[in-house]
Structures are given as structure tokens and as C-alpha cells.
Design a binder for this molecule. Structure first.
Ligand code: ATP
Length: 356
């Protein structure tokens, strides 16, 4: 079986701006892929090109193995068999919920209505079928938008920041429902987001974009556990950046040594340490035999405590300087300001990268 959607070597410019460079990706039926990256990195442009809303300038798009667009030709958007959901829902205000969902469905009136009602059942909005969009909450409108995208049974669904209009609590609920509906539909899904947690929640595969280029792609856990750069590591939540110098395959830092077998002697490096990788323990007053830090402040965030720790850096080139580290400790761990702590590090959540 060919992939449901494939982008091959897609590049795009807006005037002098190189918005996308050599983008390749392929999505199998039933899989969810997220395009993840900071604002302006080209995510929406890639989605619009796949949908046929933006003319392809260079490269090729295939849908179910058939050419859908090349540099000099493209199937019109409405003939690509793609369902679209955008952040503003874009429901027709003058049509009822069921009429909105029937809009893109073919067949006679009865068949179209039955198909629309089945899609509304799927998103638990059948009871609102005669309502008008302005009477619905944001979450309900988003579900109707999803039903409208799925009703024609597209092989590919494209979602652009579909939850950004929803508040945090509703977002969690709706994205859970949407994930199940998408998986049940068997469609291949390409979703744009700048929220790494959302991408990890939804995606079988994540593609991280930076300045229009794919910097890393793979299953969420491999990107989280084996980021190829400080940029990718930092995109999956806040990180501590600790200066290091490599010698004999070891990056030495003020909080310990980290293996760096691929870097040469005297390489200036950064060790990226996730806050949850810093393990803290209150240190007895006389303790000198450990990596020590001093508490700046500690706050309970609910399921974890965020602890701000100061350590005096003794590693070149920034000697001496205070490093301000963030540690995320499970449960309640609230040492007082000024207390000393031993610092250990979970090496599995720490990554060494050369500075340049
Ligand atoms: P965001 O998360 O903010 O939506 P994005 O990653 O989706 O960003 P795009 O919307 O794809 O980014 O934009 C990529 C770049 O192309 C940006 O620099 C943007 O300003 C530019 N751009 C997008 N659309 C156009 C356009 N129609 N004309 C000119 N420049 C554009």
C-alpha cells in the first residue's frame, strides 16, 4: 500500500523568503503526524500546499500513491479527497449544524443527511443537528468542524492548530475525543501545532521544523529521548543549559560528568538537562563531597515542585558564574531559600551538544 499522503522535496518561497526547503514526509492510513515548530517555521504553509490551497512551486504531492500536485500541475483542493479543520472552525453561520456537515457530502438528500448524522453521532453532536453555529460553545463548534471534515470519508485529514481557540481544560477533553474519532476513521492525519505536549499526545510521528527545514522526525518518544540538537530538546519543554568542556570523551560540568564519545578534546559544549532529570537531596551542613547547590526558591505546582537552585560554575569559559537551574521534583519538596542540596543527574534525560 502506498502512503495515504506523501510530500516529496517540497520547497516554497514568498518573494525573497524561503518558507519551506526540501520537505519530505509520508503518512500511512490510520496514522497521525504532527508538524511541530516555532511560529513562522512553515507549518501552515506545508499544510496549505498539501491541501491545494497554496500552489505547489517545487516538489511533488502524492495522495494514495497518485500524483496530486507537481511544480506545473495540481488537482484542485476539492478533488483531493482531503478533510480540513482550521483553528477558527469556519462553520457557515447561516446553515444549521447538519447542513454544515452535509455541505461537502455527495449523493441524494437522504443519503447526504444520513452520512452527516453518522458523522455527528461520531463526535457526539447529533442532538444539536438543527442548532446554528453561534449557539454552540467553542468545543462544540470544533466537534462539528471535525464532523464536517470527516463526513465525506476523506483518506487524509489536515488539522491546523485545531484546539488553539479552546481553553486548557476543554482542549484536553476535545483533543482526546478527536484523537479517538480520527483513529476510528482510519484517515491519515497531518496536524500543525506549536505545542509539543499536544504533538506528543496526538502523534504517531512528529516532524520538527525550524526555518522551513525538517530538523528531526520520528515517534514522540524517540524525539524526546534522543533529540539531535539543543533546539529539539528545548522544544519538548523547558531545559537547563549547562556549559561544559569535553576531554577524553567526557563533558565535564559543575554538576557532574556526561559521556560525549563523539566530541574531540577541548570542545566547548552545552549539556542540556531536563528539569525532571535533576535529582535533589537536602545536604548536611558539613557535606563537601558532592555537587552542591543552594536553594533560591521552591514552589509547589500540584503534582510536582519546581525548585530554583543556584550553583557556582567552575567550568571554562564562563568561570566564575552563577548558574540558575530549575529542578522538577515529584510531589512536595519545598526546601527553604538558602538551604544546601546535593545535586545528582539522570543521564538518560541529559544530552551533550557542541556549542557551535
Ligand atoms: P504560525 O505557527 O505562527 O502559524 P507557521 O509555522 O505556520 O507559523 P507559516 O504560516 O507557514 O508559519 O509561515 C512561514 C513563513 O512564511 C512566515 O515567515 C510567514 O510570515 C511567511 N508567509 C506565510 N504566508 C505568506 C504569504 N501569503 N505571503 C507572504 N509571506 C507569507
Amino acid at each position: 500500500m502506498p502512503p495515504a499522503l506523501e510530500l516529496k522535496d517540497v520547497s516554497h518561497t514568498f518573494g525573497d523568503l524561503q518558507a519551506i526547503t526540501g520537505l519530505n514526509l509520508s503518512i500511512e492510513a490510520g496514522q497521525v503526524t504532527c508538524l511541530l515548530g516555532p511560529s513562522g517555521c512553515g507549518k501552515t504553509t506545508a499544510l496549505r500546499i498539501a491541501a491545494g490551497l497554496e500552489t505547489l512551486q517545487s516538489g511533488e504531492i502524492y495522495i494514495a500513491g497518485n500524483l496530486a500536485a507537481s511544480a506545473d500541475w495540481g488537482l484542485p483542493a476539492e478533488r483531493r479527497g482531503i478533510g480540513l479543520v482550521f483553528q477558527d472552525y469556519a462553520l457557515f453561520p447561516h446553515l444549521s449544524v447538519v447542513d454544515n456537515v452535509m455541505f461537502g457530502v455527495t449523493g441524494n438528500q437522504d443519503q447526504r443527511r444520513a452520512c452527516a448524522m453518522a458523522a455527528l453521532e461520531q463526535v457526539q453532536m447529533a442532538a444539536h443537528c438543527e442548532d446554528f453555529p453561534h449557539t454552540l460553545s467553542g468545543g462544540q463548534q470544533q466537534r462539528v468542524a471535525l464532523a464536517r471534515a470527516l463526513a465525506p470519508k476523506p483518506a487524509v485529514v489536515l488539522l491546523d492548530e485545531p484546539y488553539s481557540g479552546l481553553d486548557a481544560r476543554l482542549r484536553d477533553q476535545v483533543r482526546d475525543e478527536v484523537l479517538h474519532v480520527l483513529k476510528d476513521s482510519g484517515a491519515a492525519t497531518l496536524m500543525v501545532t506549536h505545542d509539543s505536549e499536544e504533538a506528543m499526545f496526538m502523534a504517531d510521528q512528529i516532524c520538527v521544523l525550524k526555518d522551513g527545514k525538517m530538523v528531526q522526525s520520528g515517534p514522540p518518544e524517540s524525539l524526546y529521548r534522543q533529540p539531535i540538537s539543543a533546539f529539539v530538546a528545548g522544544f519538548f519543554g523547558e531545559v537547563n543549559m549547562i556549559p561544559a568542556v569535553v576531554n577524553n570523551g567526557v563533558a565535564a560540568t559543575v554538576i557532574g560528568d556526561f559521556p560525549a564519545p563523539d566530541l574531540g578534546d577541548n570542545t566547548a559544549a552545552t549539556v542540556v538537562v531536563r528539569p525532571e532529570a535533576l535529582l535533589l537531596e537536602k545536604a548536611p551542613a558539613a557535606c563537601t563531597d558532592a555537587h552542591l547547590g543552594m536553594i533560591i526558591q521552591a514552589r509547589l505546582l500540584g503534582r510536582s515542585s519546581l525548585v530554583h537552585v543556584s550553583v557556582t560554575n567552575t567550568v571554562p569559559p564562563s568561570v566564575p558564574a552563577e548558574l540558575h537551574l530549575h529542578a522538577r521534583v515529584g510531589g512536595v519538596f519545598l526546601p527553604a531559600a538558602g538551604e544546601r542540596v546535593r545535586i545528582a543527574v539522570d543521564q538518560a534525560q541529559s544530552f551533550v551538544f557542541p556549542l557551535n
